[in-house]
Write a protein that binds this ligand. Structure first.
Ligand code: SAM
Length: 279
């Protein structure tokens, strides 16, 4: 059987996947795009040789990236999703009945086209009339916004290299804060607590320079290097640990209990931020 090897960005490991079939292989203006089929994960979307989503387990990541902020906000109406060309986060955002508008800002239109073709159940929401697709760099989109009218900004980018770097700068975090409503929230993935602990801490610190309240929650993702995946969440003061939105949604993994248990215990968080955790 053919194999696909992922060389993990900034981690001294490689992951080897069995490939039943290569369904698509091409190149966009921004990156190499490949879709393969693995006997366990089903179809897998791979960008620049890095696994992005798999049919089998995409919901863990998409639900956890989306629903924590969507439930910490009492009444989310307007949301910006940056990256996420596969459409998974947009699908999850639209599960909330309060949603009136989603700006879906993806730099690479080809990722959306390939996802519509090969992952229709993930990409199912992108043509919803409430979704406005913007093909551009998410940092430019946020920097140009004038009003503070957004309830949640959700970053679903590739790893923090190349053109995704613009989404992790102090200037970007400041522009995000300026476009949020008062109980507004921001969330981004920050890689793994095993391989990328320093990066996780540095992003928390950078956000703390801009937002009054910053926190960290995690979930396990089978196909991301280090697996123990960390999300940074920031707000203008309201704790994201609390559930304010009582609207019901259908999810496979996320629940209010998972929400509350996914946050890092405060004593561990303090030790992490003091760089006392020795692993
Ligand atoms: N869940 C995936 C993961 O963490 O591996 C990410 C999936 S999604 C396909 C990532 C998307 O972010 C890609 O389609 C990429 O084109 C997009 N992206 C990266 N940097 C971006 C930027 N600065 N502005 C907008 N989109 C960006």
């Amino acid at each position: 059987m053919i194999k696909f090897t992922e060389r993990a960005p900034y981690a001294p490991v490689e992951y080897l996947y069995d490939v039943e079939e290569i369904l698509y292989k091409g190149k966009s203006a921004f990156q190499d795009i490949m879709v393969i089929r693995n006997p366990y994960y089903g179809k897998m979307l791979i960008l620049d040789d890095v696994v992005q989503i798999t049919e089998r387990d995409e919901f863990f990541y998409h639900e956890m990236l989306t629903h924590v902020v969507m439930h910490a906000h009492p009444n989310p109406k307007k949301v910006i999703v940056i990256g996420g060309g596969d459409g998974g986060v947009v699908r999850e955002v639209l599960k909330h009945k309060t949603i009136e508008k989603v700006y879906f800002v993806e730099i690479d239109e080809e990722v959306i086209n390939i996802s519509k073709r090969f992952f229709p159940s993930v990409c199912s929401g992108v043509d919803d009339p409430r979704v406005e697709i913007k093909i551009m760099d998410g940092a430019d989109f946020i920097a140009k916004r004038k009003a503070a009218d957004i309830d949640a900004v959700i970053i679903d980018s590739t790893d923090i290299i190349g053109f995704a770097r613009s989404l992790f700068t102090p200037e970007f975090f400041t522009s995000v804060r300026n476009c949020l409503t008062d109980p507004g929230l921001f969330v981004t993935h920050t890689e793994s607590l095993h391989f990328h602990k320093d990066m996780v801490i540095e992003i928390q610190e950078a956000l703390k320079n801009v937002f009054p309240l910053v926190d960290l929650y995690t979930t396990a993702i089978a196909t991301y290097p280090g697996n123990w995946w960390a999300f940074a969440v920031a707000s203008k003061g309201e704790s994201p640990r609390e559930i304010r939105n009582k609207g019901k949604i259908k999810a496979k993994y996320y629940s209010h209990e998972v929400h509350q248990q996914s946050f890092m215990p405060r004593s561990l968080y303090e030790r992490l931020m003091k760089r006392e955790l020795e692993w």
